[in-house]
Design a protein around this ligand. Sequence first.
Ligand code: 8X3
Length: 253
Amino acid sequence: MKNTIVLITGASSGIGEACAETFAAEGARLILWARRADKLDTVAASIRERFAVDCITHVVDVRDRDAVNKAIAALPPSWAPIDVLVNNAGLSRGLEPIHEGVIENWEEMIDTNVKGLLYVTRAVLPTMVARKSGHVINVASIAGMQAYRGGNVYGATKAAVKMLSENMQVDLNGTGVRVCTIDPGLVETEFSVVRFRGDTDRASTVYQGYQPLTAHDVADTILYVATRPAHVNIQNILLTPTAQASATVVHRT
Ligand code: 8X3
């Protein structure tokens, strides 16, 4: 990973922040994107101090196509050849059954998880294809493979990410660019606090009675994917806590 250029979206917390630390520890050069400038600055400052790697930040909401394109176009030449894109920015909102769903929540999830991921990918891929090298790692979810009550639109956005990854794989075949989907199960991050709009009590119950994955567990897996030899393409990894058998079967004590 030394001097490899890695762009991570949603880098100010959770899996994105853990990826930033994990790749920095391997000597990568980081381009970190997030919406929250203060959190992003804190993450970047901490990374520069602890790992002494080059790290640049952009305050970008991936839903904003112009901002995405401008941030990529403005990269200095030495940062333009992105080697690894970690499409991590994403969120869930709400757990209502479909007939009580909140349309604004649906729009936010679709705009971020699907359209935002597409905007970033579309902006980055041409340079990878031109260089016949690059790696796109899309963070999807077990929710995109298996239904659970209230998962509806969130699950559908992650199923879209999964099928988009498979189609990218096909379109990019022969270019040397690799694509992988990571499907985490239950990971304790801000995920549920965001889903429940700040209700930390409700969010914490999601992770009670068993040992959930940490963001670093997922980041380690992403690093493993990114560090295989160029002829090896891991297309998909589903990882869950040992206590989680499926989206709905979790052994709690
Ligand atoms: C996160 C996993 O099961 O909470 O995407 O939806 S789950």
